[in-house]
Design a protein around this ligand. Structure first.
Ligand code: ATP
Ligand code: MN
Length: 477
Protein backbone atom coordinates (compact mmCIF):
# COMPACT_ATOMS: atom_id res chain seq x y z
CA UNK A 1 0.00 0.00 0.00
CA UNK A 2 1.46 3.31 -1.10
CA UNK A 3 1.93 5.84 1.75
CA UNK A 4 0.38 9.27 1.21
CA UNK A 5 2.93 11.98 0.53
CA UNK A 6 2.40 15.32 2.31
CA UNK A 7 1.50 18.00 -0.25
CA UNK A 8 4.54 19.95 0.94
CA UNK A 9 6.87 17.16 -0.17
CA UNK A 10 5.42 16.95 -3.67
CA UNK A 11 7.45 20.01 -4.65
CA UNK A 12 10.33 17.72 -5.50
CA UNK A 13 11.91 16.90 -8.86
CA UNK A 14 12.77 13.40 -7.64
CA UNK A 15 9.10 12.50 -7.67
CA UNK A 16 8.60 13.69 -11.22
CA UNK A 17 6.72 11.12 -13.35
CA UNK A 18 6.32 8.83 -10.33
CA UNK A 19 3.10 7.38 -8.98
CA UNK A 20 2.05 9.17 -5.83
CA UNK A 21 -0.75 9.02 -3.32
CA UNK A 22 -2.04 12.18 -1.68
CA UNK A 23 -4.78 12.99 0.84
CA UNK A 24 -6.43 16.30 1.51
CA UNK A 25 -9.43 18.60 1.40
CA UNK A 26 -10.79 20.25 -1.72
CA UNK A 27 -10.17 24.00 -1.79
CA UNK A 28 -11.75 24.52 -5.20
CA UNK A 29 -12.94 22.43 -8.11
CA UNK A 30 -12.96 24.16 -11.51
CA UNK A 31 -14.30 23.19 -14.93
CA UNK A 32 -15.07 19.65 -13.76
CA UNK A 33 -11.37 19.01 -14.16
CA UNK A 34 -9.03 20.90 -11.80
CA UNK A 35 -9.01 20.17 -8.09
CA UNK A 36 -6.98 22.37 -5.74
CA UNK A 37 -6.18 20.00 -2.89
CA UNK A 38 -4.55 20.81 0.43
CA UNK A 39 -3.64 18.73 3.48
CA UNK A 40 -2.39 21.61 5.65
CA UNK A 41 1.30 20.68 5.37
CA UNK A 42 1.95 23.80 3.27
CA UNK A 43 0.20 26.94 2.14
CA UNK A 44 0.46 25.78 -1.48
CA UNK A 45 -2.30 23.59 -2.91
CA UNK A 46 -1.53 20.76 -5.26
CA UNK A 47 -3.49 20.82 -8.50
CA UNK A 48 -5.01 17.43 -9.36
CA UNK A 49 -6.29 17.05 -12.90
CA UNK A 50 -9.02 14.48 -13.39
CA UNK A 51 -10.06 12.60 -16.44
CA UNK A 52 -13.81 12.92 -16.69
CA UNK A 53 -14.27 9.44 -18.17
CA UNK A 54 -12.33 7.69 -15.43
CA UNK A 55 -13.95 9.54 -12.53
CA UNK A 56 -17.50 9.99 -13.75
CA UNK A 57 -19.10 8.41 -10.66
CA UNK A 58 -17.41 10.70 -8.19
CA UNK A 59 -17.67 13.98 -9.99
CA UNK A 60 -20.72 15.20 -8.05
CA UNK A 61 -19.06 14.42 -4.74
CA UNK A 62 -15.97 16.48 -5.43
CA UNK A 63 -17.14 19.62 -3.70
CA UNK A 64 -15.45 22.37 -1.70
CA UNK A 65 -14.50 21.00 1.70
CA UNK A 66 -14.78 17.29 0.86
CA UNK A 67 -11.85 15.02 1.70
CA UNK A 68 -10.18 12.92 -0.99
CA UNK A 69 -7.64 10.21 -1.47
CA UNK A 70 -5.93 10.48 -4.81
CA UNK A 71 -3.57 8.21 -6.73
CA UNK A 72 -1.88 9.61 -9.78
CA UNK A 73 1.27 10.64 -11.55
CA UNK A 74 3.23 13.76 -10.61
CA UNK A 75 4.02 15.78 -13.74
CA UNK A 76 5.30 19.23 -14.63
CA UNK A 77 2.36 21.61 -14.75
CA UNK A 78 1.73 23.55 -17.92
CA UNK A 79 -0.57 25.93 -16.09
CA UNK A 80 0.49 29.08 -14.31
CA UNK A 81 0.85 29.20 -10.52
CA UNK A 82 2.29 25.76 -9.83
CA UNK A 83 5.38 23.78 -10.83
CA UNK A 84 3.83 20.32 -10.50
CA UNK A 85 0.42 18.75 -10.75
CA UNK A 86 -1.05 15.28 -10.41
CA UNK A 87 -2.74 13.47 -13.29
CA UNK A 88 -5.34 11.49 -11.39
CA UNK A 89 -5.60 7.73 -11.98
CA UNK A 90 -7.89 6.87 -9.13
CA UNK A 91 -9.81 9.02 -6.73
CA UNK A 92 -11.95 8.23 -3.71
CA UNK A 93 -14.10 10.63 -1.81
CA UNK A 94 -13.35 9.89 1.86
CA UNK A 95 -15.83 12.33 3.31
CA UNK A 96 -18.27 14.32 1.21
CA UNK A 97 -19.11 17.93 2.09
CA UNK A 98 -22.38 19.68 1.52
CA UNK A 99 -20.75 22.54 -0.24
CA UNK A 100 -23.78 24.79 -0.19
CA UNK A 101 -23.66 24.97 3.61
CA UNK A 102 -19.89 24.70 3.95
CA UNK A 103 -18.82 27.93 5.65
CA UNK A 104 -15.35 28.14 4.09
CA UNK A 105 -16.22 29.15 0.54
CA UNK A 106 -13.45 30.07 -1.90
CA UNK A 107 -13.80 33.81 -1.27
CA UNK A 108 -12.67 36.36 1.28
CA UNK A 109 -14.22 35.93 4.73
CA UNK A 110 -14.08 38.42 7.58
CA UNK A 111 -12.06 37.36 10.63
CA UNK A 112 -15.21 37.80 12.75
CA UNK A 113 -17.02 35.26 10.59
CA UNK A 114 -14.08 32.87 10.78
CA UNK A 115 -14.00 33.12 14.59
CA UNK A 116 -17.60 31.95 14.65
CA UNK A 117 -16.40 28.97 12.62
CA UNK A 118 -13.23 28.34 14.56
CA UNK A 119 -13.59 24.58 14.02
CA UNK A 120 -13.15 25.04 10.26
CA UNK A 121 -11.14 28.22 9.92
CA UNK A 122 -7.82 26.37 9.88
CA UNK A 123 -8.72 25.40 6.33
CA UNK A 124 -8.16 28.97 5.19
CA UNK A 125 -4.76 30.09 3.98
CA UNK A 126 -4.38 32.84 6.56
CA UNK A 127 -5.29 30.86 9.67
CA UNK A 128 -3.40 27.74 8.59
CA UNK A 129 -0.29 29.89 8.02
CA UNK A 130 -0.64 31.41 11.46
CA UNK A 131 -1.06 28.03 13.13
CA UNK A 132 1.92 26.53 11.29
CA UNK A 133 4.03 29.53 12.35
CA UNK A 134 2.77 29.13 15.92
CA UNK A 135 4.05 25.56 15.90
CA UNK A 136 7.48 26.50 14.50
CA UNK A 137 7.85 29.34 17.01
CA UNK A 138 7.07 26.96 19.86
CA UNK A 139 9.72 24.57 18.61
CA UNK A 140 12.26 27.40 18.24
CA UNK A 141 11.58 28.51 21.82
CA UNK A 142 12.42 25.08 23.20
CA UNK A 143 15.44 24.84 20.91
CA UNK A 144 16.85 28.21 21.99
CA UNK A 145 16.65 27.39 25.67
CA UNK A 146 17.83 23.82 25.26
CA UNK A 147 20.84 24.98 23.21
CA UNK A 148 21.67 27.54 25.90
CA UNK A 149 21.69 25.27 28.93
CA UNK A 150 18.20 25.95 30.29
CA UNK A 151 15.97 23.29 31.84
CA UNK A 152 12.30 23.12 30.88
CA UNK A 153 10.14 23.29 34.01
CA UNK A 154 6.45 22.49 34.43
CA UNK A 155 5.03 24.82 37.05
CA UNK A 156 1.55 24.23 38.48
CA UNK A 157 -1.53 25.45 36.67
CA UNK A 158 -3.59 25.43 39.86
CA UNK A 159 -2.14 27.77 42.43
CA UNK A 160 -2.88 28.25 46.10
CA UNK A 161 -1.29 31.67 46.26
CA UNK A 162 -3.10 34.80 45.21
CA UNK A 163 0.08 36.81 45.53
CA UNK A 164 1.31 36.33 42.00
CA UNK A 165 -0.05 39.79 41.53
CA UNK A 166 -0.37 39.87 37.76
CA UNK A 167 -4.10 40.33 37.40
CA UNK A 168 -7.56 39.02 38.11
CA UNK A 169 -7.73 35.27 38.67
CA UNK A 170 -10.18 32.48 37.90
CA UNK A 171 -11.13 30.41 40.91
CA UNK A 172 -10.86 26.63 40.94
CA UNK A 173 -13.37 24.89 43.18
CA UNK A 174 -15.45 21.75 43.55
CA UNK A 175 -17.84 23.30 46.10
CA UNK A 176 -21.49 22.79 45.29
CA UNK A 177 -22.56 26.19 44.02
CA UNK A 178 -26.07 25.79 45.38
CA UNK A 179 -24.87 24.88 48.92
CA UNK A 180 -21.75 26.90 49.55
CA UNK A 181 -20.37 26.19 53.06
CA UNK A 182 -19.95 29.32 55.13
CA UNK A 183 -17.70 30.12 58.07
CA UNK A 184 -19.22 31.66 61.23
CA UNK A 185 -18.23 35.12 59.95
CA UNK A 186 -20.22 34.58 56.74
CA UNK A 187 -17.29 34.14 54.37
CA UNK A 188 -16.91 31.03 52.20
CA UNK A 189 -15.39 28.13 54.13
CA UNK A 190 -12.71 26.98 51.73
CA UNK A 191 -11.46 24.37 54.19
CA UNK A 192 -14.35 22.30 52.79
CA UNK A 193 -13.13 22.76 49.23
CA UNK A 194 -11.07 20.23 47.26
CA UNK A 195 -7.67 21.54 48.29
CA UNK A 196 -8.79 22.69 51.73
CA UNK A 197 -8.03 26.26 50.75
CA UNK A 198 -8.93 28.78 48.11
CA UNK A 199 -7.27 28.03 44.75
CA UNK A 200 -7.01 29.70 41.35
CA UNK A 201 -5.70 29.20 37.84
CA UNK A 202 -2.19 30.55 37.62
CA UNK A 203 -1.46 34.02 36.22
CA UNK A 204 2.28 33.28 36.08
CA UNK A 205 4.70 30.47 36.88
CA UNK A 206 7.36 32.90 38.02
CA UNK A 207 7.43 32.29 41.77
CA UNK A 208 7.85 28.54 41.33
CA UNK A 209 10.33 29.09 38.48
CA UNK A 210 12.43 31.16 40.90
CA UNK A 211 12.59 28.20 43.28
CA UNK A 212 13.75 25.96 40.43
CA UNK A 213 16.34 28.50 39.21
CA UNK A 214 17.82 28.70 42.71
CA UNK A 215 19.05 25.14 42.32
CA UNK A 216 19.21 24.54 38.57
CA UNK A 217 20.56 28.01 37.66
CA UNK A 218 18.80 28.44 34.29
CA UNK A 219 15.20 27.32 33.77
CA UNK A 220 12.15 28.28 31.75
CA UNK A 221 8.45 27.55 31.79
CA UNK A 222 6.23 27.55 28.72
CA UNK A 223 2.61 26.92 29.46
CA UNK A 224 -0.96 28.15 29.65
CA UNK A 225 -1.63 31.21 31.77
CA UNK A 226 -5.00 32.59 32.85
CA UNK A 227 -6.17 36.10 33.52
CA UNK A 228 -9.76 37.04 34.13
CA UNK A 229 -9.24 40.46 32.64
CA UNK A 230 -12.41 41.90 31.35
CA UNK A 231 -10.57 44.16 28.98
CA UNK A 232 -11.75 42.81 25.63
CA UNK A 233 -8.82 44.30 23.72
CA UNK A 234 -7.19 42.91 20.60
CA UNK A 235 -4.11 42.06 22.71
CA UNK A 236 -5.57 40.25 25.73
CA UNK A 237 -6.81 36.69 26.06
CA UNK A 238 -8.24 35.08 29.19
CA UNK A 239 -6.11 32.02 28.41
CA UNK A 240 -2.74 32.55 26.77
CA UNK A 241 0.66 30.91 26.63
CA UNK A 242 3.59 32.47 28.39
CA UNK A 243 7.31 31.75 28.27
CA UNK A 244 9.07 32.57 31.54
CA UNK A 245 12.83 32.07 31.81
CA UNK A 246 14.39 32.55 35.23
CA UNK A 247 18.15 32.75 35.74
CA UNK A 248 20.23 32.68 38.92
CA UNK A 249 23.29 34.98 38.94
CA UNK A 250 21.73 37.25 36.25
CA UNK A 251 21.25 40.95 36.92
CA UNK A 252 18.81 43.20 35.05
CA UNK A 253 21.30 43.94 32.28
CA UNK A 254 21.97 40.24 31.67
CA UNK A 255 18.21 39.72 31.67
CA UNK A 256 17.59 42.41 29.04
CA UNK A 257 20.37 41.07 26.84
CA UNK A 258 19.00 37.55 27.04
CA UNK A 259 15.50 38.73 26.15
CA UNK A 260 16.78 40.66 23.12
CA UNK A 261 18.91 37.75 21.93
CA UNK A 262 16.02 35.35 22.48
CA UNK A 263 13.47 37.39 20.52
CA UNK A 264 15.88 37.87 17.62
CA UNK A 265 16.67 34.16 17.51
CA UNK A 266 12.98 33.20 17.42
CA UNK A 267 12.18 35.73 14.70
CA UNK A 268 15.15 34.67 12.57
CA UNK A 269 14.44 30.97 12.94
CA UNK A 270 10.78 31.37 12.04
CA UNK A 271 11.46 33.81 9.22
CA UNK A 272 13.77 31.33 7.55
CA UNK A 273 11.70 28.24 8.33
CA UNK A 274 8.28 29.58 7.30
CA UNK A 275 9.17 31.43 4.09
CA UNK A 276 6.01 30.55 2.13
CA UNK A 277 3.67 31.37 4.99
CA UNK A 278 5.38 34.68 5.74
CA UNK A 279 5.42 35.58 2.06
CA UNK A 280 1.68 35.00 1.97
CA UNK A 281 1.05 36.99 5.16
CA UNK A 282 3.25 39.79 3.82
CA UNK A 283 1.00 40.06 0.75
CA UNK A 284 -2.12 39.78 2.88
CA UNK A 285 -1.09 42.70 5.06
CA UNK A 286 -0.05 44.80 2.07
CA UNK A 287 -3.49 44.25 0.50
CA UNK A 288 -5.28 44.99 3.76
CA UNK A 289 -3.33 48.24 4.17
CA UNK A 290 -4.20 49.36 0.64
CA UNK A 291 -7.74 49.90 1.90
CA UNK A 292 -6.51 52.27 4.62
CA UNK A 293 -5.93 56.00 4.12
CA UNK A 294 -2.30 56.70 3.14
CA UNK A 295 -1.25 58.13 6.52
CA UNK A 296 -2.52 55.01 8.33
CA UNK A 297 -0.44 52.59 6.26
CA UNK A 298 2.83 51.39 7.71
CA UNK A 299 6.09 52.55 6.20
CA UNK A 300 7.51 49.02 6.23
CA UNK A 301 6.11 45.78 4.91
CA UNK A 302 5.71 42.83 7.26
CA UNK A 303 8.94 41.27 6.03
CA UNK A 304 10.80 44.55 6.41
CA UNK A 305 9.49 44.92 9.96
CA UNK A 306 10.73 41.46 10.92
CA UNK A 307 14.10 42.03 9.26
CA UNK A 308 14.41 45.38 11.00
CA UNK A 309 13.94 43.84 14.44
CA UNK A 310 16.37 41.00 13.68
CA UNK A 311 19.08 43.39 12.47
CA UNK A 312 18.88 46.37 14.84
CA UNK A 313 19.69 46.90 18.50
CA UNK A 314 16.73 47.59 20.75
CA UNK A 315 16.74 51.08 22.27
CA UNK A 316 17.20 50.92 26.05
CA UNK A 317 16.27 53.75 28.39
CA UNK A 318 15.22 54.26 32.01
CA UNK A 319 11.61 55.09 32.85
CA UNK A 320 12.62 58.59 33.90
CA UNK A 321 13.95 59.34 30.38
CA UNK A 322 10.86 57.82 28.77
CA UNK A 323 8.75 59.95 31.10
CA UNK A 324 10.55 63.16 30.00
CA UNK A 325 10.14 62.30 26.31
CA UNK A 326 6.44 61.63 26.80
CA UNK A 327 5.81 64.65 28.99
CA UNK A 328 7.33 66.95 26.39
CA UNK A 329 6.00 65.32 23.24
CA UNK A 330 3.51 67.02 20.96
CA UNK A 331 0.52 64.71 21.51
CA UNK A 332 0.87 65.13 25.28
CA UNK A 333 1.07 68.91 25.10
CA UNK A 334 -1.89 69.04 22.72
CA UNK A 335 -3.90 66.72 24.99
CA UNK A 336 -4.07 64.02 22.36
CA UNK A 337 -3.44 61.19 24.85
CA UNK A 338 -6.38 59.77 26.74
CA UNK A 339 -4.14 59.70 29.84
CA UNK A 340 -2.06 62.87 30.05
CA UNK A 341 1.52 62.44 31.27
CA UNK A 342 2.02 64.91 34.12
CA UNK A 343 3.71 63.56 37.23
CA UNK A 344 6.69 61.27 37.51
CA UNK A 345 5.52 57.88 38.72
CA UNK A 346 2.51 57.45 36.49
CA UNK A 347 2.06 54.13 34.70
CA UNK A 348 2.64 54.08 30.96
CA UNK A 349 -0.50 53.21 29.01
CA UNK A 350 -0.41 51.41 25.72
CA UNK A 351 -0.91 54.73 23.84
CA UNK A 352 2.32 56.03 25.45
CA UNK A 353 4.23 52.82 24.80
CA UNK A 354 3.21 52.89 21.18
CA UNK A 355 4.20 56.54 20.81
CA UNK A 356 7.70 55.73 22.06
CA UNK A 357 8.08 52.74 19.75
CA UNK A 358 6.22 53.81 16.63
CA UNK A 359 6.70 57.58 16.51
CA UNK A 360 9.70 58.51 18.62
CA UNK A 361 12.28 55.72 18.30
CA UNK A 362 10.78 53.69 15.42
CA UNK A 363 12.41 50.64 16.96
CA UNK A 364 11.72 48.10 19.73
CA UNK A 365 12.28 49.81 23.07
CA UNK A 366 13.30 48.46 26.47
CA UNK A 367 12.18 50.67 29.34
CA UNK A 368 13.77 49.83 32.70
CA UNK A 369 14.01 51.11 36.29
CA UNK A 370 10.31 51.78 36.75
CA UNK A 371 8.81 53.52 39.80
CA UNK A 372 8.37 50.92 42.53
CA UNK A 373 4.79 52.06 43.12
CA UNK A 374 3.54 50.72 39.78
CA UNK A 375 5.40 47.41 39.85
CA UNK A 376 5.14 44.10 41.70
CA UNK A 377 6.46 43.38 45.19
CA UNK A 378 9.20 40.98 44.11
CA UNK A 379 11.16 43.41 41.93
CA UNK A 380 14.56 44.48 43.22
CA UNK A 381 14.68 47.91 44.85
CA UNK A 382 17.28 50.32 43.47
CA UNK A 383 19.62 52.40 45.62
CA UNK A 384 17.36 55.45 45.09
CA UNK A 385 14.61 53.60 47.05
CA UNK A 386 12.13 54.91 44.47
CA UNK A 387 12.62 52.70 41.43
CA UNK A 388 12.86 48.96 40.91
CA UNK A 389 14.94 46.88 38.50
CA UNK A 390 12.01 46.18 36.18
CA UNK A 391 12.02 46.13 32.41
CA UNK A 392 9.32 46.06 29.73
CA UNK A 393 10.03 45.42 26.08
CA UNK A 394 7.74 47.39 23.78
CA UNK A 395 7.09 46.42 20.18
CA UNK A 396 5.66 48.30 17.21
CA UNK A 397 1.97 47.65 16.66
CA UNK A 398 1.70 45.69 19.89
CA UNK A 399 3.00 47.59 22.90
CA UNK A 400 4.26 45.43 25.74
CA UNK A 401 5.55 42.06 24.60
CA UNK A 402 7.84 41.25 27.55
CA UNK A 403 7.66 42.16 31.22
CA UNK A 404 10.50 41.20 33.52
CA UNK A 405 12.78 42.19 36.36
CA UNK A 406 15.69 41.42 38.60
CA UNK A 407 14.11 39.86 41.69
CA UNK A 408 14.56 41.13 45.25
CA UNK A 409 17.00 38.66 46.82
CA UNK A 410 17.38 40.49 50.18
CA UNK A 411 15.04 39.03 52.80
CA UNK A 412 14.61 42.16 54.92
CA UNK A 413 13.77 44.41 51.97
CA UNK A 414 11.41 41.85 50.47
CA UNK A 415 9.58 41.49 53.78
CA UNK A 416 9.29 45.24 54.10
CA UNK A 417 7.80 45.53 50.60
CA UNK A 418 5.30 42.76 51.27
CA UNK A 419 4.16 44.54 54.41
CA UNK A 420 3.87 47.92 52.69
CA UNK A 421 1.68 46.43 50.00
CA UNK A 422 -0.53 44.61 52.54
CA UNK A 423 0.14 41.25 50.93
CA UNK A 424 -0.64 38.23 53.09
CA UNK A 425 2.84 36.81 53.61
CA UNK A 426 1.59 33.49 55.03
CA UNK A 427 1.19 32.03 51.56
CA UNK A 428 4.67 33.21 50.62
CA UNK A 429 6.59 31.42 53.38
CA UNK A 430 8.44 29.18 50.94
CA UNK A 431 9.22 32.09 48.60
CA UNK A 432 10.73 33.98 51.53
CA UNK A 433 12.75 30.91 52.57
CA UNK A 434 14.51 31.01 49.22
CA UNK A 435 16.04 34.25 50.54
CA UNK A 436 17.28 32.53 53.70
CA UNK A 437 19.18 29.63 52.22
CA UNK A 438 21.80 30.63 49.67
CA UNK A 439 20.00 33.62 48.19
CA UNK A 440 21.61 35.06 45.06
CA UNK A 441 20.78 37.77 42.59
CA UNK A 442 18.47 36.40 39.93
CA UNK A 443 16.27 37.64 37.13
CA UNK A 444 13.64 36.59 34.66
CA UNK A 445 10.91 37.74 32.31
CA UNK A 446 7.60 36.73 30.79
CA UNK A 447 6.92 36.80 27.08
CA UNK A 448 3.40 36.34 25.76
CA UNK A 449 3.53 33.80 22.94
CA UNK A 450 0.49 35.23 21.16
CA UNK A 451 1.89 38.77 21.19
CA UNK A 452 5.02 37.52 19.48
CA UNK A 453 2.91 35.66 16.92
CA UNK A 454 0.92 38.86 16.29
CA UNK A 455 4.16 40.59 15.43
CA UNK A 456 5.59 37.98 13.10
CA UNK A 457 2.32 37.28 11.27
CA UNK A 458 1.13 40.88 11.01
CA UNK A 459 -2.28 39.82 12.30
CA UNK A 460 -4.28 42.47 14.13
CA UNK A 461 -6.28 40.52 16.66
CA UNK A 462 -4.95 38.12 19.25
CA UNK A 463 -8.07 35.98 18.81
CA UNK A 464 -6.78 34.98 15.39
CA UNK A 465 -3.40 33.61 16.48
CA UNK A 466 -4.59 30.89 18.89
CA UNK A 467 -6.71 28.00 17.62
CA UNK A 468 -9.62 28.41 20.05
CA UNK A 469 -9.52 31.77 21.86
CA UNK A 470 -10.91 32.33 25.35
CA UNK A 471 -12.15 35.87 25.89
CA UNK A 472 -14.92 37.48 27.98
CA UNK A 473 -18.28 35.88 27.08
CA UNK A 474 -16.64 33.42 24.73
CA UNK A 475 -15.63 29.86 25.53
CA UNK A 476 -17.19 28.08 22.56
CA UNK A 477 -15.43 25.25 20.82
P1 ATP B 1 -0.45 44.33 29.71
O1 ATP B 1 -0.06 45.62 30.36
O2 ATP B 1 -0.33 44.33 28.24
O3 ATP B 1 -1.77 43.83 30.23
P2 ATP B 1 0.99 42.93 31.76
O4 ATP B 1 1.81 44.01 32.34
O5 ATP B 1 -0.24 42.51 32.47
O6 ATP B 1 0.64 43.26 30.21
P3 ATP B 1 2.87 40.83 32.45
O7 ATP B 1 2.15 40.50 33.70
O8 ATP B 1 4.18 41.50 32.55
O9 ATP B 1 1.92 41.66 31.47
O10 ATP B 1 2.97 39.49 31.56
C1 ATP B 1 4.07 39.20 30.72
C2 ATP B 1 3.67 39.13 29.27
O11 ATP B 1 2.54 38.29 29.07
C3 ATP B 1 3.23 40.46 28.67
O12 ATP B 1 4.33 41.22 28.29
C4 ATP B 1 2.44 40.02 27.46
O13 ATP B 1 3.29 39.65 26.38
C5 ATP B 1 1.76 38.76 27.96
N1 ATP B 1 0.39 38.98 28.41
C6 ATP B 1 -0.02 39.54 29.57
N2 ATP B 1 -1.36 39.51 29.68
C7 ATP B 1 -1.81 38.91 28.54
C8 ATP B 1 -3.12 38.56 28.08
N3 ATP B 1 -4.21 38.80 28.80
N4 ATP B 1 -3.21 37.94 26.87
C9 ATP B 1 -2.11 37.67 26.15
N5 ATP B 1 -0.85 37.96 26.54
C10 ATP B 1 -0.71 38.58 27.73
MN1 MN C 1 -2.26 43.06 32.14
Amino acid sequence: MLRAIPVKDLDNNKLLNQSVKVNGWVKTFRSNRFIALNDGSTINDIQCVIDLDKNKNDINLITTGSSLEIFGKLVKSLGKGQKFEILVDKLSVLGPSNSENYPIQPKKHSFEFLRENAHLRVRTKTISSVIRIRSEISYAIHKFFNDNGFFYIHTPIITGSDAEGAGEMFSVSTLDKSHIPLSPDGSIDFSKDFFGKETHLTVSGQLEAEAMALGLSKVYTFGPTFRAENSNTSRHLAEFWMIEPEMAFFDLKDNINLAEQFIKYILKYTYEKCKDDIEFLNERLAKEEMSLPKDKRSELSLKEKIEFVINNDFVKLPYSDAFEILKNCKPNKKNKFKYKIENWGCDLQSEHERFLVEKHFKCPVVVFDYPAKIKAFYMRMNEDAKTVRAMDILFPGIGEIVGGSQREERLDILEKRIKELNIDSKELWWYLELRKYGSVKHSGFGLGLERLILFITGMNNIRDVIPFPRTPKNADF
